[in-house]
Write a protein that binds this ligand. Sequence first.
Ligand SMILES: Nc1ncnc2c1ncn2[C@@H]1O[C@H](COP(=O)(O)OP(=O)(O)O)[C@@H](O)[C@H]1O
Ligand SMILES: [Mg+2]
Length: 226
Amino acid sequence: MELAGSDEVRCVWTNELGGLTFSAGERFIKWGPKNLETSMAREAERLRWAGAYVPCPEVLDTGEDWTHEWLVTRALPGRSAVDPFWIEQPEAAVRALGRSLRFLHDSLPVESCRWQWSAPARIRNARERGIEVPPDFDHAPEIDRPVVCHGDPCSPNTLLLDDGSLAGFVDFGALGVADRWADIAVGALATTWNYGPGYRELFIESYGLEPDHERLDYYESLWEAT
Ligand SMILES: Nc1ncnc2c1ncn2[C@@H]1O[C@H](COP(=O)(O)OP(=O)(O)O)[C@@H](O)[C@H]1O
Ligand SMILES: [Mg+2]
Protein backbone atom coordinates (compact mmCIF):
# COMPACT_ATOMS: atom_id res chain seq x y z
CA MET A 1 0.00 0.00 0.00
CA GLU A 2 1.63 3.16 -1.31
CA LEU A 3 0.15 5.54 1.28
CA ALA A 4 1.96 3.75 4.08
CA GLY A 5 5.47 4.37 2.78
CA SER A 6 7.94 2.11 4.54
CA ASP A 7 5.90 1.71 7.74
CA GLU A 8 4.47 -1.62 8.78
CA VAL A 9 0.76 -1.71 7.93
CA ARG A 10 -1.83 -3.31 10.19
CA CYS A 11 -5.58 -3.50 9.53
CA VAL A 12 -7.24 -2.32 12.74
CA TRP A 13 -10.88 -1.92 11.76
CA THR A 14 -13.45 -2.99 9.19
CA ASN A 15 -16.88 -1.40 8.87
CA GLU A 16 -20.19 -2.63 7.49
CA LEU A 17 -19.75 -0.65 4.24
CA GLY A 18 -16.61 -2.54 3.29
CA GLY A 19 -14.32 0.21 4.58
CA LEU A 20 -10.98 -0.58 6.19
CA THR A 21 -8.74 1.35 8.56
CA PHE A 22 -5.02 0.63 8.75
CA SER A 23 -2.41 1.86 11.14
CA ALA A 24 1.02 2.56 9.68
CA GLY A 25 3.59 4.03 12.01
CA GLU A 26 2.29 7.38 13.23
CA ARG A 27 -0.52 7.42 10.68
CA PHE A 28 -3.97 5.94 10.23
CA ILE A 29 -5.25 5.24 6.74
CA LYS A 30 -8.98 4.96 6.26
CA TRP A 31 -9.99 3.51 2.89
CA GLY A 32 -13.35 2.47 1.52
CA PRO A 33 -15.92 2.42 -1.25
CA LYS A 34 -17.59 5.74 -2.03
CA ASN A 35 -21.06 6.02 -0.55
CA LEU A 36 -23.95 8.47 -0.63
CA GLU A 37 -24.24 9.08 3.09
CA THR A 38 -20.94 10.79 3.67
CA SER A 39 -17.49 11.16 2.14
CA MET A 40 -13.96 11.32 3.43
CA ALA A 41 -13.54 14.76 1.89
CA ARG A 42 -16.44 15.91 4.07
CA GLU A 43 -14.90 14.17 7.05
CA ALA A 44 -11.56 15.90 6.43
CA GLU A 45 -13.25 19.32 6.34
CA ARG A 46 -14.99 18.62 9.63
CA LEU A 47 -11.82 17.32 11.28
CA ARG A 48 -9.94 20.47 10.26
CA TRP A 49 -12.64 22.70 11.69
CA ALA A 50 -13.25 20.74 14.93
CA GLY A 51 -9.52 20.34 15.60
CA ALA A 52 -9.38 23.94 16.79
CA TYR A 53 -11.68 23.09 19.72
CA VAL A 54 -11.41 19.39 20.63
CA PRO A 55 -8.71 16.74 20.23
CA CYS A 56 -9.23 14.88 16.95
CA PRO A 57 -6.86 13.60 14.25
CA GLU A 58 -4.85 16.00 12.12
CA VAL A 59 -5.59 15.40 8.43
CA LEU A 60 -2.47 14.54 6.42
CA ASP A 61 -4.00 13.58 3.08
CA THR A 62 -7.24 12.69 1.32
CA GLY A 63 -7.85 11.25 -2.12
CA GLU A 64 -10.13 9.23 -4.33
CA ASP A 65 -10.23 7.13 -7.46
CA TRP A 66 -13.30 6.05 -9.47
CA THR A 67 -14.66 3.74 -6.80
CA HIS A 68 -12.85 4.34 -3.53
CA GLU A 69 -11.66 7.14 -1.28
CA TRP A 70 -9.14 7.48 1.52
CA LEU A 71 -8.18 9.67 4.42
CA VAL A 72 -4.78 9.72 6.08
CA THR A 73 -4.56 11.16 9.61
CA ARG A 74 -1.96 11.47 12.32
CA ALA A 75 -2.37 8.91 15.11
CA LEU A 76 -3.97 10.11 18.32
CA PRO A 77 -2.66 8.79 21.63
CA GLY A 78 -4.79 6.53 23.83
CA ARG A 79 -6.92 3.56 22.88
CA SER A 80 -10.41 3.15 21.59
CA ALA A 81 -13.10 2.79 24.26
CA VAL A 82 -13.73 -0.75 22.96
CA ASP A 83 -10.15 -1.89 23.43
CA PRO A 84 -10.06 -5.04 25.66
CA PHE A 85 -8.54 -2.80 28.37
CA TRP A 86 -11.87 -0.90 28.54
CA ILE A 87 -14.19 -3.85 27.87
CA GLU A 88 -12.83 -5.29 31.13
CA GLN A 89 -13.88 -2.18 33.07
CA PRO A 90 -17.18 -1.21 31.47
CA GLU A 91 -18.31 1.18 34.22
CA ALA A 92 -15.21 3.29 33.98
CA ALA A 93 -15.43 3.23 30.17
CA VAL A 94 -19.08 4.31 30.12
CA ARG A 95 -18.44 7.13 32.61
CA ALA A 96 -15.57 8.36 30.46
CA LEU A 97 -17.72 8.19 27.31
CA GLY A 98 -20.58 10.17 28.86
CA ARG A 99 -18.18 12.86 30.14
CA SER A 100 -16.38 13.00 26.81
CA LEU A 101 -19.57 13.53 24.83
CA ARG A 102 -20.53 16.35 27.20
CA PHE A 103 -17.11 17.91 26.68
CA LEU A 104 -17.57 17.73 22.91
CA HIS A 105 -20.95 19.45 23.10
CA ASP A 106 -19.65 22.12 25.47
CA SER A 107 -16.59 22.84 23.33
CA LEU A 108 -17.71 23.05 19.69
CA PRO A 109 -19.26 26.43 18.80
CA VAL A 110 -22.73 26.14 17.23
CA GLU A 111 -22.59 29.67 15.75
CA SER A 112 -19.64 28.96 13.50
CA CYS A 113 -20.55 25.40 12.49
CA ARG A 114 -21.50 25.19 8.81
CA TRP A 115 -23.11 21.74 8.90
CA GLN A 116 -26.44 20.31 10.01
CA TRP A 117 -27.25 16.91 11.42
CA SER A 118 -30.84 17.78 12.26
CA ALA A 119 -33.60 15.20 12.10
CA PRO A 120 -35.10 16.71 8.88
CA ALA A 121 -31.66 16.81 7.19
CA ARG A 122 -30.97 13.17 8.10
CA ILE A 123 -34.42 12.03 6.96
CA ARG A 124 -34.00 13.85 3.64
CA ASN A 125 -30.56 12.30 3.14
CA ALA A 126 -31.88 8.81 3.95
CA ARG A 127 -34.81 9.17 1.53
CA GLU A 128 -32.43 10.34 -1.19
CA ARG A 129 -30.52 7.11 -0.61
CA GLY A 130 -33.72 5.15 -1.22
CA ILE A 131 -34.43 4.31 2.42
CA GLU A 132 -38.13 4.40 3.30
CA VAL A 133 -38.35 6.49 6.43
CA PRO A 134 -41.93 6.31 7.83
CA PRO A 135 -43.79 9.66 7.88
CA ASP A 136 -44.01 9.52 11.71
CA PHE A 137 -40.37 10.58 11.84
CA ASP A 138 -41.24 13.92 10.27
CA HIS A 139 -42.59 14.98 13.67
CA ALA A 140 -39.38 15.34 15.67
CA PRO A 141 -39.61 16.40 19.32
CA GLU A 142 -39.00 20.09 19.92
CA ILE A 143 -35.27 20.83 20.13
CA ASP A 144 -34.04 20.82 23.71
CA ARG A 145 -30.60 22.36 23.07
CA PRO A 146 -28.83 22.70 19.73
CA VAL A 147 -25.18 21.67 19.90
CA VAL A 148 -22.58 20.52 17.41
CA CYS A 149 -23.15 16.78 17.49
CA HIS A 150 -20.55 14.13 16.75
CA GLY A 151 -22.93 12.40 14.34
CA ASP A 152 -21.63 8.88 15.04
CA PRO A 153 -21.10 8.81 18.80
CA CYS A 154 -20.63 5.04 18.99
CA SER A 155 -18.16 3.83 21.61
CA PRO A 156 -15.25 2.98 19.24
CA ASN A 157 -15.14 6.58 18.01
CA THR A 158 -13.87 7.92 21.34
CA LEU A 159 -10.26 7.31 22.29
CA LEU A 160 -9.34 7.36 25.98
CA LEU A 161 -6.15 7.58 27.97
CA ASP A 162 -5.74 4.82 30.53
CA ASP A 163 -6.77 7.10 33.42
CA GLY A 164 -10.17 7.62 31.74
CA SER A 165 -9.45 11.09 30.43
CA LEU A 166 -10.25 11.93 26.83
CA ALA A 167 -7.57 11.32 24.19
CA GLY A 168 -9.73 12.38 21.23
CA PHE A 169 -12.60 11.75 18.86
CA VAL A 170 -12.54 10.13 15.42
CA ASP A 171 -15.07 9.58 12.62
CA PHE A 172 -16.52 13.08 12.16
CA GLY A 173 -18.08 12.42 8.73
CA ALA A 174 -21.58 13.38 9.92
CA LEU A 175 -20.66 16.10 12.45
CA GLY A 176 -23.21 18.90 12.49
CA VAL A 177 -25.69 20.93 14.48
CA ALA A 178 -28.57 19.02 16.05
CA ASP A 179 -30.39 18.58 19.33
CA ARG A 180 -27.95 17.21 21.92
CA TRP A 181 -30.28 14.23 22.44
CA ALA A 182 -29.52 13.03 18.90
CA ASP A 183 -25.98 12.18 20.07
CA ILE A 184 -26.87 11.21 23.64
CA ALA A 185 -29.44 8.63 22.45
CA VAL A 186 -26.95 6.89 20.16
CA GLY A 187 -24.07 7.11 22.60
CA ALA A 188 -26.23 5.49 25.29
CA LEU A 189 -27.59 2.84 22.91
CA ALA A 190 -24.07 2.01 21.73
CA THR A 191 -23.01 1.10 25.28
CA THR A 192 -25.42 -1.87 25.08
CA TRP A 193 -23.66 -3.13 21.94
CA ASN A 194 -20.17 -2.85 23.38
CA TYR A 195 -20.50 -3.46 27.13
CA GLY A 196 -23.87 -5.21 27.47
CA PRO A 197 -27.19 -4.10 28.92
CA GLY A 198 -27.47 -1.84 31.95
CA TYR A 199 -25.15 1.06 31.12
CA ARG A 200 -27.43 3.51 29.34
CA GLU A 201 -28.49 5.38 32.47
CA LEU A 202 -24.90 5.60 33.66
CA PHE A 203 -23.90 7.09 30.30
CA ILE A 204 -26.62 9.75 30.54
CA GLU A 205 -25.83 10.45 34.20
CA SER A 206 -22.14 10.85 33.35
CA TYR A 207 -23.12 13.29 30.62
CA GLY A 208 -24.88 15.23 33.37
CA LEU A 209 -28.58 14.81 32.59
CA GLU A 210 -31.66 12.89 33.61
CA PRO A 211 -33.05 10.63 30.86
CA ASP A 212 -35.54 12.36 28.55
CA HIS A 213 -37.45 9.32 27.34
CA GLU A 214 -39.38 10.95 24.54
CA ARG A 215 -36.26 12.32 22.88
CA LEU A 216 -34.22 9.19 23.59
CA ASP A 217 -36.88 7.01 21.92
CA TYR A 218 -37.18 9.29 18.91
CA TYR A 219 -33.45 9.62 18.22
CA GLU A 220 -32.77 5.94 18.84
CA SER A 221 -35.47 4.97 16.37
CA LEU A 222 -34.24 7.57 13.88
CA TRP A 223 -30.73 6.08 14.09
CA GLU A 224 -32.10 2.65 13.38
CA ALA A 225 -34.38 3.89 10.58
CA THR A 226 -31.73 5.83 8.66
N1 LIG B 1 -5.95 9.17 13.80
C1 LIG B 1 -6.30 8.09 14.52
N2 LIG B 1 -5.65 7.84 15.68
C2 LIG B 1 -5.95 6.75 16.43
N3 LIG B 1 -6.88 5.84 16.08
C3 LIG B 1 -7.55 6.02 14.93
C4 LIG B 1 -7.30 7.16 14.09
N4 LIG B 1 -8.12 7.06 13.02
C5 LIG B 1 -8.84 5.93 13.17
N5 LIG B 1 -8.50 5.29 14.31
C6 LIG B 1 -9.01 3.99 14.81
O1 LIG B 1 -9.60 3.30 13.72
C7 LIG B 1 -10.98 3.04 13.98
C8 LIG B 1 -11.76 3.23 12.69
O2 LIG B 1 -11.70 4.59 12.27
P1 LIG B 1 -13.07 5.36 11.94
O3 LIG B 1 -12.74 6.71 11.42
O4 LIG B 1 -13.95 5.30 13.13
O5 LIG B 1 -13.65 4.45 10.75
P2 LIG B 1 -15.15 3.95 10.47
O6 LIG B 1 -15.84 5.08 9.77
O7 LIG B 1 -14.97 2.76 9.61
O8 LIG B 1 -15.79 3.63 11.80
C9 LIG B 1 -11.38 4.00 15.10
O9 LIG B 1 -12.40 3.45 15.90
C10 LIG B 1 -10.08 4.15 15.88
O10 LIG B 1 -9.94 3.11 16.81
MG1 LIG C 1 -15.86 4.65 13.55
